[in-house]
Design a protein. Sequence first.
Length: 352
Amino acid sequence: MNIIKTDILIIGGGPTGLFTVFEAGLLGLKCHIIDTLTKPGGQCVEIYPKKPIFDIPAIPQILAGKLIDDLLEQIKPFTPGYTLAESADVLEKQKDGSFNVTTNKGTVHNAKVVAIAGGLGSFEPRKPLINGLEKFEGNGLEYMVKDPKFFKNKNVVISGGGDSALDWTIELQKIAKKVTLVHRRSEFRGAFDSVEKVQKLKNDFLIDVITPAEVVGIDGKNELSSVVIKVGDNEKVIKTDFFIPLFGLIPKLGKISNWGLEIEKNSICVNNALDYQTNIPGVFAIGDVNTYPGKLKLILCGFHEATLMCQAAFKIIYPEKKNILRYTTVSGVNGFDGSKKKSESAIIKSID
């Protein structure tokens, strides 16, 4: 049986998983990534590649897709392996202390450390309870915005009250013919800054905001042409080209939930006081997939968790060696790229 061997097996190819490759590479550790998508990037490329991100340190604004491109460029010297369009299904502890992870397609991977960086896991959008939705899915009904240019010069109705609904209202009003935001409450639960921006756009007559209200019906022949909005006891019909209900995603851990991990509300419990290890020694969970007291689901927090996890992974993989922290401002990443021989010599230089 052909088995893919690596030092750290990463489940999930989103930002946190990709940055893990970089931090592991600085320690001379080899990584392999398993992801259900056909390309690395996670939600950043699958759901909102054109969505701007504002909280990456020292980068005032970056598109989600560009962030992934830059991360992939950053980890090139460490040549990670990929198993794409497959899901990690079975985890088995081996006699030597390593783990075998088998995918839904039968691909077997072996590693001493497993890092679960699956973000929200597999997910599906929360759909509004409206009759006839299926007819218009892909024909004017969209559950996510992949490319804003798709809505250029179009009439768009967005429904929801969280960050996604507010953010896309702000972004799409720049290019759409008209944007209408509908929310069932008068208060929004998104970021204060976003709420203020939406209020200003409304005051400047650049968008319509209808609250408290909800979309209760959709209509059209082959494609969506209008939505029915209930406001109090009354209903009004608005002509539109697109309806985008943004009610969040329903996350699912999939087969990982059968691995014997401690799980709380679809998130994996970890020891954040040490190294983000789970209740299974040698198995870590980093990024949005984990939970602990004070957890914040932010990309920058995932980067921090990945860094500490890799330090702990080095101790598991090389228990007899001591790692000496080296700063990239001094040593760069030279010496880690290239052959396996170079990687091994880099490890030797970093230990006592």
